[in-house]
Design a protein around this ligand. Structure first.
Ligand code: ADP
Length: 241
């Protein structure tokens, strides 16, 4: 009994920490877009420019409310543990990636990261677009957090025999070779952040791994030969035609 209670308490703590981590992303995005709108209004930019930003803002606010509802639901049903409610459907992976990139590029435009994308379009998987979006957003946030401003962040979508492989490559600080697996553990933070810690709780990659696992896929990290790191996710293709 004592062991079970301790386990529940650990799950509850993990749940609260994971939720607050997930809430941080849309809030950062909303903050960025709001100041951008302010700047554009001050600079007398055309209304069409501002309407586009407001549309992105609306989407981010929607995402934030969805997350809040999930958290409330999880508490109300006393479902203590990771929030991993999934709703699977046939989705185009490139579309999900583009939707994640759009607000990021707008909100972070002050940092001038160069987002490059390549590979194949029209690859379909059976997945929850919100959850896969969460994975991509986490990978991009890390790439921006651990790389010099203005550097390239490259996404590639590759069709394999019965899966799709997505990679996110950066030109940042890289990962210590002996920690490329451990960084996916909960609350684990690499020794590469010492001395210049941009802040974090070591939960982002753990959440990514849980989501990818729930989709029957895998996630891993490697270092680039010429610096920076490269994260991969591999997800099974949608079988139905
Ligand atoms: P956090 O960023 O909050 O520490 P994460 O779970 O997202 O938590 O990442 C775990 C650790 O993995 C980080 O502390 C960092 O050491 C390493 N890491 C993650 N992404 C990158 C990256 N793009 N480049 C270098 N190191 C990274």
């Amino acid at each position: 009994m004592a062991e079970r209670l301790e386990c529940l308490e650990t799950n509850r703590r993990l749940f609260i920490q994971a939720s607050s981590h997930e809430l941080k992303n849309p809030i950062t995005s909303i903050k960025g877009i709001t100041s951008l709108i302010h700047m554009k209004l001050n600079a007398g930019k055309p209304v069409s420019d501002i309407i586009r930003m407001v549309e992105i803002l609306e989407k981010e606010v929607d995402r934030l409310s969805k997350l809040l509802i999930e958290i409330l639901e999880a508490f109300m049903t006393e479902r203590n543990g990771m929030v991993l409610k999934t709703s699977f459907r046939k989705i185009n992976i490139t579309e999900v990636i583009q939707n994640v990139l759009k607000p990021l590029m707008a909100a972070e435009s002050g940092y001038n990261f160069i987002f490059k994308t390549g590979g194949e379009d029209n690859i379909y998987i059976l997945a929850d677009p919100d959850r896969i979006g969460d994975v991509m957003r986490n990978l991009y946030n890390n790439a921006m957090k651990y790389s010099p401003r203005g550097s390239d962040i490259i996404t590639r979508v590759q069709l394999l025999k019965d899966s799709v492989q997505v990679s996110v490559e950066d030109r940042g600080i890289g990962i210590p070779e002996d920690q490329t697996d451990r960084i996916f553990d909960s609350f684990y933070r690499g020794s590469n952040i010492r001395g210049n810690d941009p802040g974090g709780m070591g939960l982002g990659l753990y959440i990514c791994r849980e989501i990818v696992k729930k989709h029957g896929g895998s996630i891993w990290a490697e270092n680039n030969a010429d610096g920076g790191s490269k994260f991969y996710i591999k997800l099974p293709l949608c079988k139905e035609v």
